[in-house]
Design a protein around this ligand. Structure first.
Ligand SMILES: [Zn+2]
Length: 50
């Protein structure tokens, strides 16, 4: 799975939990976002880039 912002691989834990988060766009589609992008950008900026 790849981060939809930076394109880097997003790791998953053994419980299939994303090391990062999912962000929903306006249409309700879920996009994987890595922890780096999540911590370096506000949620608003991330949504603009989706
Ligand atoms: Zn990223």
């Amino acid at each position: 799975m790849k981060c939809d912002i930076c394109g880097q691989k997003v790791e998953q834990t053994f419980l299939k939990k994303l090391v990062g988060t999912y962000v929903k766009d306006k249409k309700g589609k879920r996009h994987p976002v890595c922890m780096n992008c999540q911590s370096s950008m506000s949620m608003e900026d991330i949504k603009k880039k989706l």
